[in-house]
Each structure stands twice: as structure tokens, then as C-alpha cells.
Design a protein around this ligand. Structure first.
Ligand SMILES: [Fe+2]
Ligand SMILES: [Fe+2]
Length: 404
């Protein structure tokens, strides 16, 4: 089968490829994404030599080139690309490059969230010497096997990391002043139709595979944490009803708004701040060592979704969107109020009962989620509130040209 590519740069025409259309390779944004996309397409490299893992170190961790290269690597674990052999998923050279890209991205996330690297020396160790197997997040944990199942974690092993996590989660429950300063608040109070469409296009990069990044963590959990996370995922996947799969409800929303519901349709339009939010989930989900961060991210997402969904319903109503667009968000108001409790008490609680040393990683996942969502919000609102307003996408939607 021939490799398919997205359309060359220019305004996006609304296509009706249909929601089952196979994803196509996006357009490269620099040497790293060129190297990945050219390899998958079976093309000779664009330059004298393809970019390699060594080139990743100097890339902007939040930039378009690195984020698109990562996105394309990760998509091989989801739906792949039309005409690209599925076995690229486990190509050693591509995995080596992906690992180098992840290192740059994760280092930036840890630095910018004030999180400790897992291999950093524990400052409480004499002369900074590493303990064998120490994670640098606190005192070595008591092996889970030596504690009866369900017994609370001894405080001396819990350390400040657990208290810090509780503080961070409590902070998420405190609603910020609802003055329309966030993206959903802006759309509710002052947003225009074209901005609503842009928001829907951005978010499609995640919502068309909603819950999939979190499913990767299931085999890495046990007992209470596993049961609880699967219960949440069961809801995300429609609770036994294929017509209620949340990703499908989002495709309905896109159709209702007159947008393209096909998987990956707006990847070329999505700038780095949007891709980064999804790459973070994929990275946390695919790396067993980051299972704590994945759980922290999932909890943060569920805690903050219901209030944002309420604002989005009002935005859709004010702007005259249809019932299929509305349903995606009304579904999340009720569901995520329950999910946040399950995530916090049973998934995080269960995970840390088994593996208390992961508390700092859970906090990292919560903070990284906040950091990247804040960066995305700043990007969106910066574009929409500019004078004159400009598109927040890399390519404007032709059906929705920005109007001042
Ligand atoms: Fe959902
Ligand atoms: Fe949810």
C-alpha cells in the first residue's frame, strides 16, 4: 500500500474523509521530524544524513520539531499510518531516537516542575552517594511483599513526598476564580465561533484516542489500583456501549461543528503546545518506570475536567452548537466527578499502598500536566486575544477564518 501524506502547508480545507479513514503521515517541521517521517515513508533523508539521537540533545524540548517527531513515533503504538509497515513500532533505531527525544522532553518537564530526576542522588545520603536501587525521592521503601496487603504505609517510608502529593491534589480541587481567564471560561464568556472550532480541532489530537494512553498502564498496576483504573477506563470506553465510547462522542462533536472527525485530521494544524500534552501521556503510559507519573496525570485530568466541561457546555449553548457537540461535555460533567474520587482514593491510594516510593512520581505527573496545560492555554489565549486576533493553529481552518 502506498504511503499517504497530509496535504502540503496552506489553509486547511474541511475534508469529509470519514471517521474511519486511516491516519496519514503529517508534514515534517524540522530535521528530527523529517528523519522520522522520511524513514517511515521509505524516502531518502532530506539532508546529507538523517538526524540521529545525538541531534535530539540540542533540540527545543517544547518545540514543533521535537514534539512532532515524538508524536509520530508514538502513533506507531496507536493507529499507525496508512501505508507504513506496523513493524516500525519496534524498530531499534527508531526506538533509540525516540528515547533520546523523550530524555530531552522529560528533563525539561522535571526541571520546569521542580521534580527530582529518578536517578539523582538522594541529598540525605552521606556525601551524595547513591544507594543501590535508590530512586532519590526519599528513604528506601519497605518491600511491598513484607507488608500485609492493604496495610497503611508506615509514615517513615511515606516521607514528605506523600504529604506534598496530597497538597498538590488538594490544590487542584480549589477552583480558580471563575472570571473567564482560562480557555473554557473565555469560550463561555467571550469566545467566537471560529475560536470554538479551533479549540475542538486542537483537542481532537487527544480526544479521538481518549483513554488509550492510560490503558498502557493497566498491566503495570496491581490489586486495588488496577481494579479502580479499569473501572474508570470502562466508562471512558462506553461502559459496554460502543456508541458511548468517549472518543466516538468526540468524533460526533467534530461532525456537529462541521469539522473532520477522522483520526489525526488536525495533527498538521496542531502546534507544539497541543502535541506536548498528548506526548506526555503517551510517554508516561509507555514507560513502566513512569507508571506513577501516568497515574498522577490521569488524576489531575479527571479532577479538572468536570468544571471545565461545565464551562464548555455553556460556551456551546451560547454559540449555538448542536446536541451532539453538547453531549461530549455533559457526559463528562457527571462521569468525571466520580472518576476524580476513584482516581484519588483507589488508584493513587492503591498504587502508593503497594509502592510508596512512587509518591514523588505521582506528584510529577500532576505538575507536568498543569505545566503543559498552562502552556497550551497561554498559546490559545495569546492568539485569540491578540490585536487583531490570530489563529492559534499552524494552519487556519478555512471554514472559520479569524475575524477581528
Ligand atoms: Fe472521557
Ligand atoms: Fe473521565
Amino acid at each position: 500500500m502506498a504511503v499517504e501524506h497530509s496535504a502540503p502547508p496552506g489553509p486547511i480545507r474541511l475534508r469529509t474523509r470519514g471517521r474511519d479513514a486511516a491516519p496519514v503521515l503529517p508534514q515534517p517541521r524540522g530535521p528530527l521530524s523529517h528523519a522520522v517521517i522520511d524513514a517511515l515513508a521509505g524516502r531518502p533523508p532530506a539532508g546529507a544524513a538523517p538526524a540521529t539521537a545525538g541531534d535530539a540533545a540540542s533540540a527545543d524540548p517544547y518545540g514543533d520539531d521535537l514534539q512532532l517527531a515524538l508524536h509520530v513515533c508514538y502513533e506507531l503504538h496507536y493507529r499507525g499510518f496508512s501505508g507504513v509497515a506496523p513493524d516500525w513500532e519496534w524498530d531499534p533505531e527508531l526506538l533509540r531516537l525516540r528515547g533520546a527525544l523523550e530524555t530531552v522532553f522529560l528533563d525539561a518537564l522535571r526541571t520546569d516542575t521542580g521534580s527530582t530526576r529518578p536517578d539523582a542522588p538522594d541529598p540525605r545520603d552521606a556525601a551524595g552517594a547513591r544507594r543501590p536501587g535508590g530512586r532519590g525521592h526519599g528513604r528506601p521503601p519497605e518491600p511491598a511483599a513484607q507488608r500485609p496487603a492493604g496495610e497503611p504505609v508506615p509514615p517513615e517510608n511515606d516521607g514528605g513526598a506523600r504529604a506534598e502529593l496530597e497538597n498538590v491534589l488538594d490544590g487542584l480541587l480549589v477552583e480558580p476564580a471563575d472570571d473567564g481567564t482560562g480557555v473554557a471560561g473565555h469560550l463561555r464568556d467571550a469566545g467566537q465561533w471560529w475560536q470554538l472550532l479551533e479549540h475542538a480541532a486542537h483537542r481532537s489530537v487527544y480526544h479521538l484516542k481518549e483513554a488509550d494512553p492510560h490503558a498502557f498502564v493497566i498491566p503495570r498496576l496491581r490489586g486495588r489500583a488496577k481494579t479502580a483504573l479499569v473501572a474508570v477506563e470502562h466508562d471512558e470506553y462506553g461502559g459496554g456501549r460502543p456508541d458511548r465510547i468517549h472518543a466516538g462522542l468526540y468524533a460526533d462533536l467534530l461532525e456537529d461543528l462541521g469539522l473532520d472527525p477522522s483520526y489525526g485530521a488536525y495533527v498538521d494544524a496542531a502546534p507544539a503546545p497541543m502535541l506536548a500534552t498528548v506526548n506526555m501521556m503517551s510517554c508516561f503510559g509507555l514507560r513502566r518506570s513512569l507508571r506513577g507519573a501516568l497515574v498522577g496525570h490521569f488524576a489531575a485530568a479527571e479532577i479538572t475536567t468536570a468544571p471545565a466541561a461545565r464551562r464548555m457546555v455553556r460556551a456551546l449553548d451560547r454559540l449555538g452548537a448542536g446536541p451532539r457537540a453538547r453531549l461530549f461535555y455533559t457526559e463528562h460533567i457527571e462521569a468525571d466527578a466520580v472518576h476524580e474520587q476513584v482516581l484519588r482514593h483507589d488508584v493513587i491510594g492503591g498504587l502508593l499502598a503497594d509502592e510508596p516510593e512512587l509518591a514523588a512520581d505521582v506528584t510529577f505527573g500532576v505538575r507536568a500536566t498543569g505545566l503543559l496545560e498552562d502552556r497550551l492555554a497561554a498559546h490559545l489565549l495569546g492568539a485569540w486575544r491578540a490585536r487583531p486576533p490570530r489563529t492559534s493553529l499552524r494552519r487556519p481552518l478555512t471554514a472559520a477564518p479569524p475575524r477581528g
